[in-house]
Design a binder for this molecule. Structure first.
Ligand code: SF4
Length: 367
């Protein structure tokens, strides 16, 4: 769709364009509705048809408007439009982190002693083609009924080690304000729950969801943290910046967790632009994940050595707090991946390598 055609759609929608519920109701769901935005390639059209039963296809109009209709390699388009390449993966697994085996109660994942991921919702505003939870998102069997939410809350209440609860999914911000308010109220009433985090991609894919009313409600349950998921500088729009600003002005620290994706952000300049743009929005680049060995994602995976070199190249070239920690998630927790700056001990000194390759010796206590 040309820029003028996007403008025409927005004008036709009028004020409703910025209504998140209108966006949810008018999502792209098939080839016919995608054609309103771009002409799919043969690989994309076949992907939509052949993958329909395996992993859902949905895009918000807001995010669709960011796609480049003239470029099938567009980093926005590749994240959300199916492609037959998803069928060419002989190694990917349905549940590479063994989350099912780490689940004491429906949709609660516990890898660490003191914190859990609580998949409160099976829905997102759109479905990312590399989603770690593609086995769950959009699937009715993973939806949480009220009594199932209450059962999970009861488990948390009965497990005093849990001090940090991450609400994830799917996307917790697809919930209504009232439902989220109830859930946060229940969790915050548990004495040993010290913080609640929300893992949400809606500031990126549907920033109109982050209303003033939502932020006021979240602020009533502090300390609440948000981790969102920007992958490319094209996603750093004025609308997304305004959504993050509303969150941070409500006293909610906002961090970003990206995924290293082939052809999308696996080069130094793109990652630098992403991280520096996030910092300008007062969003802290927190983690960058190595793409998991997940079914249907071989065309997105990047060798770990390349990821290490990208983040090594950023060191010394931008602010330290603009560089996320590059990690591989495993069934045994996250593993930091980094160039070995610490070369080791030599007598009573330690040898380290600076960002420009200079070796430095520093006196180092032995105990
Ligand atoms: S928003 Fe998150 S949970 Fe939803 S499809 Fe994308 S990566 Fe998966």
């Amino acid at each position: 769709m040309s820029a003028s055609a996007v403008t025409a759609v927005r004008e036709q929608a009028g004020d409703a364009w910025e209504d998140w519920t209108w966006q949810m109701r008018h999502r792209v769901r098939d080839v016919a509705s995608l054609r309103a935005w771009l002409e799919p390639t043969a690989e994309e059209a076949a992907g939509i048809e052949r993958l329909a039963e395996r992993f859902h296809f949905v895009i918000t109009p807001y995010y669709a408007a960011l796609m480049d209709p003239a470029n099938p390699a567009c980093p926005i388009r590749r994240q959300v439009v199916p492609n037959v390449l998803e069928l060419e993966d002989s190694q990917g697994l349905a549940d590479p982190l063994g989350e099912v085996a780490h689940s004491p109660v429906k949709n609660v994942i516990r890898v660490y002693r003191d914190r859990i991921a609580f998949c409160v919702n099976n829905e997102c505003a759109l479905y990312c083609r590399y989603c770690l939870r593609k086995r769950m998102v959009g699937e009715p069997e993973w939806a949480m009924k009220r009594r199932e939410l209450e059962a999970a809350i009861a488990w948390i209440r009965a497990t005093p080690e849990i001090r940090d609860v991450l609400l994830t999914g799917g996307d917790p911000l697809v919930y209504s304000d009232d439902r989220l308010d109830w859930l946060l109220g229940e969790l915050c009433a548990i004495r040993h729950v010290e913080i609640v985090r929300l893992g949400t991609r809606l500031p990126v894919t549907l920033p109109y969801r982050v209303t003033e009313a939502l932020c006021e409600m979240l602020a009533r349950h502090h300390p609440v943290w948000v981790n969102t998921h920007f992958n490319h500088p094209k996603e750093l729009t004025p609308e997304a910046a305004a959504a993050c600003d509303r969150l941070t002005r409500a006293g909610i620290p906002v961090g970003n967790q990206s995924v290293l994706l082939r052809g999308i952000n696996d080069d130094v300049e793109t990652m630098k632009a992403l991280c520096e743009g996030l910092v300008r929005m007062r969003v802290r680049p927190y983690y960058c994940y190595q793409a998991q060995l997940l079914e249907g994602t071989a065309h997105f995976r990047v060798p770990i050595e390349r990821g290490v070199e990208i983040f090594r190249a950023l060191r010394g070239r931008t602010s330290g707090f603009a560089i996320p920690q590059y990690v591989l998630d495993t069934p045994h927790g996250k593993v930091p991946l980094a160039h070995p700056y610490l070369r080791g001990r030599d007598g009573d000194e330690v040898v380290v390598e600076s960002f420009d390759g200079t070796l430095w010796r520093e006196l180092n206590p032995t105990k």
